[in-house]
Design a protein around this ligand. Structure first.
Ligand code: ME8
Length: 513
């Protein structure tokens, strides 16, 4: 039976249109999901929107509309963008959907039943942009401003229900320490550990002064704190607490929650504590990736360096969304902060054109012209053997890289194989071999090895460049539909497989722009 793989993106606030940051996490998740599907795993990718909370209320008020109308308008944009980018999510959860509301109420009822919720009063600071309670000390350290947006913290004083986070802090910490894979990357895991070693206070989980939210089942004057509401999506989407929880039973615990670094604490501490209180298993892995800046500065509309939909769509139109995917995933080791520059984007596009596109084109032209079909291996030397070995290794290297969520490697390894194949073609000079009938066996080898190498590289690129890699393979006469990675890699290109000259995969007219 195939393995299960359940992965999620954060559910985004629909208070503004998606931008580079949202696209990054979602594309990363999509690449991982595509890899696992290709590997034959029963895969489920969840994304969605986080529609309650004060931030939505305020943005809607500024626009002179109701929060629900704002959510509907922006959610439609998110859905449209994921469609344009061909994101392969299996579900899109909105926290305003009845299925989610019912699930959250069930969850809160269970937390109440385990005695982990009590009524108290909250007086303290709140970061409305992050929807986060901030302790007095932290507030002071941050000069009463948000660490993320820089906006002033707001003083709250109201009755509130509390979740006994302090009761679970020790177990949550132990679990993080005992499972090095759980919170990644390691640097961020260490930050969580040192913060958690100082203990954790009980968490205010309801708002009495807010109407836009899910009512507390025991006291409808309060709405559930937006983070308790939001984190629950990972199980309500699977039907937890509903009449049909078959997906939940099949896929939970999640294999991977992919998130940005600024929301790691919620996922690494609040979420496991909630799950412990619910007696449910903890997700297997949280991966908190880095933050994008643009041209060296925080992205901002007023600074003119905002990478928003207009710019992303223009790239989609000119260079194609696959070029965007490759650039984003290749830009830095996964987990590190990243900086967008137009120059680097162009460089990475040129790399695709000059390395992958060029290798495919040369190979198709050579094999098409000299043999018309993949020839058998002829006489071989060490250089041939080293490219053969590198080709054979790709599947294993990719399995390791995807296993560790090293997405930069996942993007680059196949391209490095194509680069090696280009070097090999340069070194063996098949156009010279073709002129000398005594070198026919050597030419067979060169054509065979080059064809297998670029074929394998394209197969390895399928999760990263779904459209271009499939188009390249189509030019090689290979239809990937319905085939697993192992089938594609093991089969290789059979001897005698017909090959005809092809078209540029990344046309130069575009590359030069
Ligand atoms: O935090 N660089 O939603 P959100 C990289 N609703 N990633 C970025 C980014 C940037 N500059 N900007 C945004 C929320 N992101 C909550 C989540 S989950 C139960 C609830 C990405 O709309 C990154 O994944 O503010 C980050 O964690 C997420 O968008 C925040 O989206």
């Amino acid at each position: 039976m195939a393995d299960h793989y359940y992965l999620t993106t954060p559910i985004y606030y629909p208070n503004g249109e998606p931008h580079l940051g949202h696209v990054y996490t979602t594309v990363a998740a999509d690449a991982i999901a595509r890899y696992h599907r290709l590997a034959g795993d029963d895969t489920f990718l969840l994304t969605g929107t986080d529609e309650h909370g004060i931030k939505m209320v305020k943005t809607a008020a500024d626009a002179g509309i109701e929060p629900a109308a704002l959510a509907d308008r922006v959610v439609a944009v998110f859905e449209q963008v994921w469609k344009e980018l061909e994101i392969t999510h299996d579900d899109f959860i909105r926290t305003t959907q009845p299925r989610h509301k019912q699930g959250v109420q069930k969850i809160v009822e269970q937390l109440l039943a385990s005695g982990d919720i009590y009524l108290g009063g909250y007086e303290g600071w709140y970061d409305e942009g992050q929807e986060e309670f901030v302790t007095e000390t932290t507030a002071k350290d941050q000069q009463f401003k948000s660490a993320i947006s820089g906006r002033p913290l707001v003083r709250y004083k109201e009755a509130s229900y509390f979740f006994r986070l302090s009761k679970y802090a020790g177990r949550v910490l132990e679990n993080i320490k005992a499972n090095p894979e759980f919170v990644q990357p390691a640097s961020r895991r260490n930050e969580v550990i040192s913060k958690l070693e100082q203990g954790a206070e009980d968490l205010s989980i309801s708002r009495a002064t807010l109407k836009w939210g899910i009512p507390m089942p025991n006291d409808p004057q309060h709405v559930v704190y937006v983070w308790i509401d939001a984190l629950s999506n990972y199980i309500t989407a699977l039907g937890y607490g509903s009449d049909d929880d078959s997906l939940f039973r099949k896929y939970w615990p999640a294999d991977l929650h992919l998130i940005g670094k600024e929301i790691l604490w919620f996922h690494a501490v609040y979420w496991p504590a909630m799950l412990m209180s619910l007696n449910l298993p903890i997700p297997k892995r949280l991966y908190a990736h880095g933050w994008w800046t643009a041209e060296g500065k925080k992205m901002s509309k007023s600074m003119g360096n905002f990478i928003g939909l207009d710019k992303l769509r223009e790239i989609g139109k000119v260079q194609g969304y696959d070029a965007l995917r490759y650039y984003m995933l290749r830009a830095a080791p996964f987990g590190s902060d990243l900086d967008w520059t137009d120059a680097d984007f162009q460089k990475s596009f040129n790399e695709l054109a000059n390395v992958v596109g060029n290798c495919l084109n040369r190979t198709l032209n050579m094999v098409g012209k000299y043999r018309g079909a993949v020839p058998p291996l002829g006489e071989q030397d060490d250089l041939d053997r080293s490219v053969i070995a590198q080709t054979k290794r790709l599947g294993q290297l990719l399995a390791e890289a995807y296993g560790k969520i090293e997405l930069q490697q996942c993007a680059m390894l196949p391209v490095e194989l194509a680069r090696a194949a280009n070097g090999y073609i340069d070194a063996t000079a098949p156009f010279k071999l073709a002129k000398d009938p005594t070198k026919a066996s050597k030419l067979d080898t060169v054509l065979h090895v080059s064809a297998q190498a670029i074929y394998t590289a394209l197969v390895g690129l399928l999760p990263i460049l779904p459209e271009k890699a499939a188009a390249g393979l189509k030019q090689m006469g290979v239809d990937v539909a319905g085939k697993t990675l192992a089938q594609l890699l093991d089969a290789g290109l059979p001897v005698g497989h017909p090959i005809a000259p092809g078209q540029p995969l990344f046309p130069k007219a575009e590359a030069g722009k």
